[in-house]
Each structure stands twice: as C-alpha cells, then as structure tokens.
Design a protein around this ligand. Structure first.
Ligand code: AMP
Length: 286
C-alpha cells in the first residue's frame, strides 16, 4: 500500500494504474476509520483493480463554531484498516498541501443542498462539494464509493459529478450499524455511556416512521409526527429535523403516492455530537 502526503505523487501513481488497464476505486474519508468506512474500502477492492483512500479533515466544511479542532484522529490505526480492507493508495495531505492559497473557487449545488443539513449548516455542503471536486480532480476517472449514512451528502456529490460531467461513477453503499442499530460514526466516540443509550432514539424513530409508511400512512406530515413522538420520549436528544423526502430528489413530500421511494432522514444532538441517520422505504400499494 502506497501512502502519499503529496498530491502529485498520488495523482501520478493512479494515472499509471489506469494506463495499466486498472479501474480505480476511490473512498474519500475524514479518518478515524470504523467498519462503515471499511465496508466502502472492501467494496471498492472487490470491484476495482486499484483502491485509493483519502484521509483529510477538511476545514472548509466546518463552520467556526463546529468541532474541527476536536475531530478525532488516529492515523496509525487508519492506515492499518486501509491495508487490511484492500486499499492500494492512501492520500494523507496536510491542510497546506490541499489549500496552499486562499480558496476563491468553490462548488455549490443548489436545491439538494438547501434543506435539512444544509439549513442547519449553511456553508457545509459547499465545503464538501469543493473538497470532493478537488479530490476527484486528483484521482481522475474512477468509481467513488460514498455511504448512504450521509444520504444528503451522497445526493449532493452525485448531482455535482453529473452536472459537471466528471469522469466519476458515484456508488452509494448501505449504512453499517452497531448490533443495537446505532449507525457507526467517527463522532460516536464522544458519547458517554448514557448518551450512547439515548442515541438509539434515532434508529427507533426511523423504524417507527418506516412501519407507519408500510402500515398505509398517506401523508408525509403523519409519518414525521410519528418520528417526532418517538423523539419526544428522549428529552436528552435535541432533534434538528425528522423529515420525509423523495429519495431521488430530496424534495419534501405531501401526499404519499404508492410506488414512491422515500427517504426518512433524521438529525439530533445527543450530548456534544450531532448524529445523523436515515432509512429508505417504498410507499406500498393501497
Ligand atoms: P467521513 O469520514 O465521516 O467523512 O465519512 C467518509 C465516508 O464514509 C462517507 O461516504 C460516509 O457516508 C461513509 N460512512 C460513514 N459512516 C458510515 C456508516 N456507518 N456506514 C456506511 N458508510 C459510512
């Protein structure tokens, strides 16, 4: 496994892989890797001849009041997991290497970026889209693997790659969970044992919302009310949103039409960290 601190060496090495006829898989991360990241790397390794991973905590996607300085890091263990899961190339750039000059060029994706996380964190998705555009430009033509755990991010990246004709196939991968249902996240490390129990309310709310859809709920507000009721049982979880949207466009919905693929998306602060989760369900026939 090659570990690159410099962009030029990383780019050149992946160009050589493609010249040898290999398909390049790419998994961008912010490090502190867990089995959720591992599942993306393993899938890339199963489907591609070369597997690039980037580990970079991107300052551009954190607002001034957010947890950039406190974001957990453990490079040694990250590199061990990358090697074990089949990565062939890892990029670990410094902030100066990624942003040697003030950034005057940014990428914003309208509409899909605007609600939910975008409403809570107004500069977040421009920071994500800009760094992912830079990383795609370094990696070149590839299949890029993203987790459904960050469902809105996946939609933003997919739309950016399509709108800007990037030579990248964006692949969404299922959310990996702890045995009790909590979605794996680097930020779970901040949860105290009590908060860890409280955090299960995200998964419970989604389960109840999905059950309501399958039981015949015919309006998005009704399903959102079911999720809000579950959150109300855990006053220690501060809900930011619990929304029902169209899975393809992330547009808010009113009446639920049979056959429509929905995404139920929730975010809540539990103790220090904000936690995100989501679930998919198709509106059943009536
Ligand atoms: P992050 O390091 O949080 O920026 O995440 C890097 C990539 O891993 C993103 O595509 C995430 O959606 C994905 N990811 C994070 N947690 C999970 C999880 N529990 N299951 C699947 N993918 C995940």
């Amino acid at each position: 496994m090659e570990v690159h601190e410099r962009i030029d060496g990383f780019r050149g090495s992946l160009d050589a892989c493609r010249a040898d006829g290999l398909v390049v898989g790419f998994v961008p991360t912010m490090g502190f890797l867990h089995d959720g990241h591992g599942s993306l790397i393993r899938r890339a390794a199963a489907e591609c001849g070369a597997v690039a991973v980037s580990i970079f905590v991107n300052p551009l996607q954190f607002a001034a009041n957010e947890d950039l300085a406190a974001y957990p890091r453990d490079l040694e263990s990250d590199l061990a997991l990358c090697a074990e899961m089949g990565a062939t190339h890892v990029l670990v750039p410094s902030v100066d290497e990624m942003y040697p000059q003030p950034v005057l060029t940014t990428v914003t994706v309208a509409e899909v970026s605007e609600r939910m996380e975008g409403a809570m964190r107004p500069t977040h998705f421009a920071g994500v889209a800009t760094v992912v555009a830079k990383l795609f430009s370094m990696v070149g033509a590839c299949r890029a693997y993203f987790g459904e755990k960050d469902f809105q991010q996946l939609a933003v990246v997919r739309r950016m790659a399509s709108d800007l004709s990037m030579p990248v196939e964006v692949v969404g991968c299922p959310t990996i969970r702890e045995p009790d249902g909590l979605a794996m996240s680097s930020r779970n490390v901040y949860l105290s044992p009590d908060e860890r129990q409280t955090a299960l309310v995200l998964h419970r709310a989604l389960d109840a919302g999905v059950a309501a859809v399958l039981a015949g709920a015919d309006h998005a507000r009704g399903v959102e009310a079911v999720m809000a009721e579950v959150f109300a049982t855990e006053p220690d979880a501060a809900v930011d949103y619990a929304d029902v949207v169209d899975a393809a466009t992330l547009a808010p919905l009113e009446g639920l039409v049979p056959g429509t693929e929905l995404r139920l998306i929730v975010a809540a602060r539990v103790g220090a960290p904000r936690l995100l989760d989501n679930a998919g369900v198709v509106v059943p026939p009536r």
